[in-house]
Design a protein around this ligand. Structure first.
Ligand SMILES: C[S@@+](CC[C@H](N)C(=O)[O-])C[C@H]1O[C@@H](n2cnc3c(N)ncnc32)[C@H](O)[C@@H]1O
Length: 244
């Protein structure tokens, strides 16, 4: 049975349309997406962790690539690798492709698709990154299916890195963290901006706790899960597919 809260959330089509019109905001490699707390740090930690875990990587996958910031940063550390870019939004995907093409001699594959719908195959990628995208998954079954899909698609020894909005199971802690995030957004711009961000989170997003995601990574077969960073409602973390 569908959770009634999810029925009120934006459809995939509404989410796609919003991102179609938001390409510029995701095209700054220095700041990352500024509505994310510690965006440049998460970008740096995720790509550093991926590059030291799989220094011989030949094929990278960027899920919900947006304008390609995570691929660009990883290619600075692991130059000239093949890159597969996946995004719902065609304008995002085209911007990512153009930016990535400018910095790599590797092959670039693009898929305009919902990650839930796309078949990724088996043992294809050395590194998968999913930044600020999985919070669009709804029912627990979707999370399980997508994490299983990532596990299958990685080569043995490959790694998955996630940076995302997260929630907390203890209500007072969740409230405290949301208040902290509200103050961050107000200081970044103003209260109207805070309300704007909170409104689209309420309409579009269904994030899950960090520990829910770590448990699920282990459940689908990943090992050596690592938390790279956590600050208020944002976390960066990952795990490795065992060799055998
Ligand atoms: C918040 S942006 C993050 C972009 C990029 N990862 C970054 O951190 O700069 C989320 C991106 O995920 C895409 N997206 C949202 N839901 C998706 C889904 N179900 N499958 C694939 N892409 C999705 C959006 O179109 C958007 O470009």
């Amino acid at each position: 049975m569908t959770n009634p809260t999810f029925k009120k959330k934006s459809t995939v089509e509404q989410i796609r349309r919003r991102f179609d019109n938001d390409v510029e905001r995701f095209s700054n490699l220095q700041t990352g997406q500024s509505s994310t707390v510690d965006a440049p740090l998460a970008l740096e930690l995720m790509t550093s962790a991926a590059s030291v875990t799989n220094p011989e990587a030949s094929h990278l996958l960027d899920v919900g690539c947006g304008a390609g910031n995570y691929s660009l940063k990883l290619l600075e550390k692991l130059p000239n690798r093949d890159v597969t870019l996946i995004d719902l939004s065609r304008p995002m995907l085209m911007r990512a492709k153009a930016r990535v093409q400018a910095v790599t001699n590797g092959r670039i594959h693009t898929h305009q698709s919902d990650i839930r719908e796309l078949e990724l195959g088996e043992n294809q990628f050395d590194i998968i990154m999913a930044a600020a995208v999985l919070h669009h998954l709804r029912e627990e079954a979707e999370w399980t299916t997508v994490f299983q899909k990532f596990f299958r698609a990685l080569k043995p020894g490959g790694s998955l890195w996630i940076s995302d909005l997260v929630t907390h199971t203890a209500v007072p802690i969740e409230q405290m963290m949301i208040e902290r995030y509200g103050r961050y957004l107000t200081e970044l711009k103003d209260e109207a901006y805070r309300d704007h961000v909170f409104a689209y989170i309420a309409a579009e997003d269904s994030p899950r706790p960090l520990l829910f995601q770590i448990d699920l990574l282990r459940e689908v077969g990943f090992v050596q899960a690592e938390i790279l960073h956590k600050n208020s409602v944002f976390a960066a973390f990952g795990a490795i597919k065992p060799m055998a």
